[in-house]
Design a protein around this ligand. Structure first.
Ligand SMILES: CN1c2c(nc(N)[nH]c2=O)NC[C@@H]1CNc1ccc(C(=O)N[C@@H](CCC(=O)N[C@@H](CCC(=O)N[C@@H](CCC(=O)O)C(=O)O)C(=O)O)C(=O)O)cc1
Ligand SMILES: N[C@@H](CCS)C(=O)O
Ligand SMILES: [Zn+2]
Length: 775
């Protein structure tokens, strides 16, 4: 028997976000391509060295990316739409970044904000961007069409393999598999099935594998996370054809990697493929181990994903050794690995100098996860006694976390236990509430508002950075933010918006801000995780029972409302979004944790109401991405997610208007659940799809008011008044005009004031024009 440690992918942004800084400097014209490439090279070298030093035997290459691995695959396959081809050689950075970010001849570079997809105000628009499975990472959506041809550009996978080899690392290159790539692709041709392109793609993969083999690669990792999804028979058959073909090609041995869940009904299919190795996610689907031990061919190398690549908790090494013992006994060779690429983990816990040492003792980031694997490898091969000290320290950490008062707050638990169906029900039906709200608010038809944030300018970010560094004191920072808020309020009044927002200038991020203020959360210095391209997030760590020690937003709201007679919305992030964008404790069901967050947010909602807020918005930007990857899990998830939202809002009086906001457009299939959230007003993304989303409302009569976005905030383009008026006319044809609000698709934090000002002036004018029309 042999046990080999392996890794599936390492974060590429760098421990101090070196890649982000180099990319942004390159885009700003401050550094040349050579300098960017040099930063990339040194990050790769450091990553290989780090993994090797941690004791990992199988180290990946081609897991690095200057922007996104799906985009890399599109370029590798020559799937470059015509609009970008004119911009340079297919393997040039000009083409690559044009696909990622679009190009603009004026007004600076185009960029997206990652909430949703592409921008369209550029000369060449960026490719669409969307969430990578159920993560907070976003990939660039490949574009394909009938008759498309493919050709290999192997520069990157080959180049990075050879680069590593020159540094003494014979790596296992990682390639995104053809079926997952095609399933993620979209076509502008209605009815076209991207999978029909497989015969055209297969020869390109075969050629790639041949070249990798010739360069000395013994193994290649082909990622097919699509295998954990619900698949139809055509797709299953495609797996048989593709891997029958590729496994027979003169390439390296194939480690087929599945992750983000269990294979379930695709299990037999995966095991029947003639590949040399199969990686299983045993964190999300532990039962797969026993099944694989019974069913796997003797010569199949099982790669066991036992360390959680999606979360930050230390693995329980003793328990894992027990679980793995039968596998070691039964198989000639096993690999042990993280459940998925470590792209979704922060890099190194050693950089966290401010965290409570007790909490540090419970955590493992990317580097520490690799060290855990190395220890497990030693323990399995040579016996537990070899790692006795480490095992005992690990057991202490696991026990300490389990029993720690830091994770258990009796009052929170008692409160959560007292939740009944009644606690999540608002006083009065929508129709009754609506009447009282209309009376109280006295808003015109087609009321205008925005989603919450105004531009996070350099000045705002600098003030926050200065405050953090101590060069701007509390009073100075507070005064600065109050002035920004006041300016925003005055300007909104001036242009005639009906319902105002304070602008969210005090917030670094819509989740991190709340994480920093809630008990049960810890906040890191450097635990950045790539969200898309150069943009990163620092998810808070939710380690304990959650409560809200004191109001978090009330003073900002009070300041803003004190400046105007018009209603200013209280502005909160909802429990599902906070849960979804945090690293969450894994010692209790997510539903229980979500309910605790909901109770904390409920306290804030109630305090905002008590302070006089007439409208309170609770954003649930991540409600849809929290949906389980398999449909069978949707019902249960939606039940607790919707209940959590309702809990936040059910403590207020009928005349207090509750808004929610969701900045994605794909919710035809969950529209009833969204109705069940029982918000009084929902704002949604629709501008980009030109109100297509409203089709959902044709079959489902949404009971409350709706603000379908009329202004695509992902683009710096300024939408003309007439265009927005047209969208409102279109909306009025699908929905009772009395239900309609007028607002942008999402918050404006990533935009510049120079774009925002004229766009909102036009939006108000469009609303006024519509009000004057007969409906
Ligand atoms: C809506 N989206 C969000 C998601 N997830 C979230 N948690 N939050 C979201 O808003 N997922 C889906 C989308 C993803 N979209 C985005 C959009 C934009 C960003 C982004 O711009 N990220 C910033 C970091 C944001 C932040 O925390 N800013 C801090 C400053 C942090 C910083 O750089 N500090 C430096 C020191 C700076 C100095 O000293 O000058 C440091 O700590 O080292 C702030 O405003 O205070 C980014 O730059 O990547 C992300 C996701
Ligand atoms: N209130 C937030 C929602 C973003 S999804 C904002 O406006 O930025
Ligand atoms: Zn949004």
């Amino acid at each position: 028997m042999s046990v080999t440690t392996a890794n599936l992918g390492f974060p590429r942004i760098g421990p101090r976000r070196e890649l982000k800084k180099a990319l942004e400097a390159f885009w700003a014209g401050q550094i040349e391509e050579d300098a960017l490439r040099e930063t990339a090279r040194s990050l790769r070298a450091a990553n290989w060295e780090r993994q090797s030093a941690a004791g990992i035997a199988v180290i990946p290459s081609n897991d690095f990316s200057l922007y996104d691995q799906v985009l890399d695959t599109s370029v590798m396959l020559g799937a470059i739409p015509e609009v970008y081809r004119a911009l340079g050689a297919p393997n040039s950075l000009d083409v690559y970044f044009a696909m990622a970010r679009g190009t603009r001849s004026e007004n600076g570079s185009a960029d997206t904000d990652g909430c949703c997809h592409a921008n369209d105000g550029a000369d060449a628009p960026a490719q669409e961007m969307t969430k990578w499975f159920d993560t907070n990472y976003h990939y660039m959506v490949p574009e394909v069409g009938p008759g498309q041809t493919f050709s290999l550009c192997a520069d990157k996978p080959l180049g990075e393999f050879e680069e590593a080899l020159a540094l003494g690392h014979r790596t296992r290159p990682v390639v995104l598999g053809p079926i997952t790539w095609l399933l993620l692709a979209k076509s502008h041709t209605p009815g076209f099935a991207p999978l029909s392109l497989l015969p055209a793609i297969l020869p390109v993969y075969r050629e790639l594998l041949g070249k990798l083999r010739a360069a000395g690669a013994g193994w290649v990792q082909i990622d097919e996370p699509a295998l954990v999804l619900d698949l139809d028979d055509t797709t299953r058959e495609a797996f048989r054809v593709v891997y029958g073909d590729l496994a027979g090609a003169a390439g390296p041995q194939i480690m087929l990697a599945t992750y983000f869940g269990g294979l379930e009904d695709n299990f037999d299919l995966a095991l029947s493929l003639p590949v040399a190795g199969l990686h299983l996610d045993l964190v999300r689907a532990p039962d797969q181990l026993e099944r694989a031990l019974v069913q796997a061919r003797d010569d199949l190398v099982l790669s066991l994903g036992i360390v959680d690549g999606r979360n930050v908790w230390k693995a329980d090494l003793g328990t894992l050794l027990d679980r793995l013992a039968p596998a070691v006994k039964a198989r000639r060779e096993i690999q042990i690995a993280p459940s998925c690429s470590l792209l979704h983990s922060p890099i190194d816990l050693a950089l966290e100098t401010d965290l409570d040492p007790q909490l540090v003792d419970w955590l493992a980031f990317g580097v520490q996860k690799l060290e855990e694997l190395a220890l497990l490898g030693l323990g399995l091969e040579r016996g537990r006694y070899v790692i006795a000290d480490e095992l005992s320290a690990n057991a202490d950490a696991i026990t300490s976390r389990r029993g720690s008062p830091l994770t258990n707050d009796r009052a929170v638990r008692a409160r959560a236990a007292g939740i009944t169906a009644e606690s999540a029900r608002r006083d009065g039906h929508f129709a009754q509430r609506s009447e009282r709200q209309r009376e109280r608010l006295g808003l015109p038809p087609f009321p205008t508002t925005t989603i919450g944030s105004f531009p996070q300018t350099d000045a705002v970010r600098k003030a926050r950075a200065d405050h953090r560094k101590g060069t701007l004191d509390d009073a100075g920072y507070d005064a600065f933010l109050r002035e920004e808020t006041e300016r925003a309020i005055r300007w909104q009044e001036e242009i005639g918006l009906d319902v105002l927002v304070h602008g969210e200038f005090e917030r670094n991020d819509m989740v991190q801000y709340f994480g920093e203020r809630l008990s049960g959360f810890a906040f890191t210095r450097a635990a950045w995780v790539q969200s898309y391209g150069s943009r990163c997030v620092r998810p808070p760590i939710l380690y304990g029972d959650v409560s809200r020690p004191r109001p978090m937003t009330v003073d900002w709201w009070r300041h803003a409302q004190g400046l105007t007679e018009r209603p200013v919305k209280g502005m909160l992030t909802g429990p599902v979004t906070i849960l979804q964008w945090s690293f969450v404790r894994d010692d209790q069901p997510r539903a229980d944790t979500c309910r605790q967050i909901a109770l904390a947010i409920r306290d804030e909602v109630n305090d905002l109401e008590a302070a006089g807020a007439r409208i309170i918005q609770i954003d649930e930007a991540a409600l849809r991405e929290g949906l389980p990857l398999r449909r069978a899990g949707w019902g249960e998830y939606l039940d607790w997610a919707v209940e959590s939202f309702r809990l936040t809002a059910s403590g207020v009086a009928p005349e207090t208007q509750i808004h929610t906001h969701m900045c994605y457009s794909e919710f035809n299939d969950i529209i009833a659940a969204i109705g069940a959230m029982d918000a009084d007003v929902i704002s949604i993304e629709t501008a980009r799809s030109k109100m297509e989303l409203l089709d959902a409302f044709a079959t489902y009569r949404y009971p409350a008011e709706i603000g379908p976005g009329v202004y695509d905030i992902h683009s710096p383009r300024i939408p003309p008044e007439e265009e927005m008026a047209d969208l409102l006319r279109k909306a009025s044809a699908a929905i009772d005009p009395g239900q309609l609000w007028v607002n942008p698709d999402c918050g404006l934090k990533t935009r510049k004031w120079d774009d925002v000002r004229p766009a909102l002036v036009n939006m108000v004018a469009a609303a006024r024009a519509i009000r004057a029309e007969p409906f």
